[in-house]
Design a protein around this ligand. Sequence first.
Ligand code: C2E
Ligand code: CA
Ligand code: CA
Length: 444
Amino acid sequence: MFYPEVLILPFVLSIALLLVYLSLENPADYTDKDLGILNRNALVTTAASYFEQQKSFEVMGIHVDGLHSVREVFGVSGEKEILNQIARFLTSVVQNKVFYTAGQQFFILSSMSDNEWNYIADELVKRFKHPFTFNGVDVVLSINICMASSPNTVKCIEDVTDFIEYTQHVLPSGENLKAYLTEKELHSQKRTKQIQQILKTAIVKKQFKVYYQPIFSLEKGCYSSAEALIRLQNDELGFISPDEFIPIAEKSGLIIEIGRYVFREVCSFIADERLCDYGIECIDVNLSAVQCMQERLHEELVAIMDQYNLPYNFINLEITETAAVASSETLRKNMDKLINYGVNFSLDDFGTGFSNMTHLIQYPFHTIKIDKSMLWSAMEDEKAMMALKYTIAMIKDMNMDLIVEGVETKEQVELLSSLECKFFQGYYYSKAIPEEDFLALLKK
Ligand code: C2E
Ligand code: CA
Ligand code: CA
């Protein structure tokens, strides 16, 4: 269905004409060549024209789920055909205002009443309850819809492009089909983009620092290892926590370069400072899921260790359960190869997520690191205390080493000592500190 009343308004008329002009006069620039509907360029130009005329508008992002599987099963031509069916359906609901920006995203940009937008959303939901078809085979797809309104949330062209990106990654799924993007969400999208840019520069300019958090050995009465933790300071944003930037680096693939940098820095530090002279037996380096998925990770790490003449058992790689699940087969191959050289592996953050026992058995971990949250809740709650005690006992029975993270108080040290834990990491001993401070601590 088409809304003729929308066209009566003179300013929309000019925008409608603009769209016709764009698609007719410059088809290559403003239309998607496969679908024959307006493209991203046209979407941005249309928004610009609303801004210019200071008119309010809404934009609806439609994210189609399931197209990846269509491509896997039916190939590119199957995907194109399905996209075409979607495009034809959308233009039958709203002519001239449907845009395809590549991938799984369609957009509708217009100035309409709530009722009209609701009508469109309802039509979409109804249509996607039924399958599309390719070569007589039913293809079931689902959609997420997200709305943004201008000038409330979307205030400039950059906001429009941020909204386009936002719909690619973080569309809410399920119940609330026509959720409006909030300023907070748009802001977080902007920050993500900004951090991505900062990370790119930091890679080129080598602005990351590697800090070391010592791990205390109760048996030896001194520090026996340390965890390498990355730090990033930015002129504009100040300190950016790895908890914030690592996930962004993972999504954008930048983690590969960052991980390589950290590993090199660690190897160079170990080699230069002869850490073994201070009783340090190994350094723990965090590996992200994305790194573990690389077939040739083992070769790369071995080559770097060789470059610095490091004994391989001086490196301990920390992997979280999520990484293990995401990259199981490749990870297993990488682990086996590296373990053959003498590198050890720890399972990080144990006690968070699913803590599936099969991962303890399935992968050759040398050490389990109990997450700080498990220790902290044990201090608060009887049942959590039982869980901690049994977990520690089980890991010991399995003959694996155990490190407890997040040790902040004397009380916690005493508790863990009574449970015969041998390795502690936490602010009670030290935060992660720069190389020179770490060396000074070891020399004390
Ligand atoms: P993680 O691997 O679990 O690292 C331990 C985190 O707990 C560190 O946070 C550390 O500073 C913090 N921590 C240790 N003891 C205490 C304590 O007693 N109290 C409190 N409140 N916190 C404690 P950080 O350095 O902010 O790192 C956060 C996460 O970022 C790390 O969690 C890790 O997942 C990731 N990360 C850090 N560096 C790297 C890296 O080089 N590569 C990858 N892939 N991830 C990294
Ligand atoms: Ca870790
Ligand atoms: Ca951890």
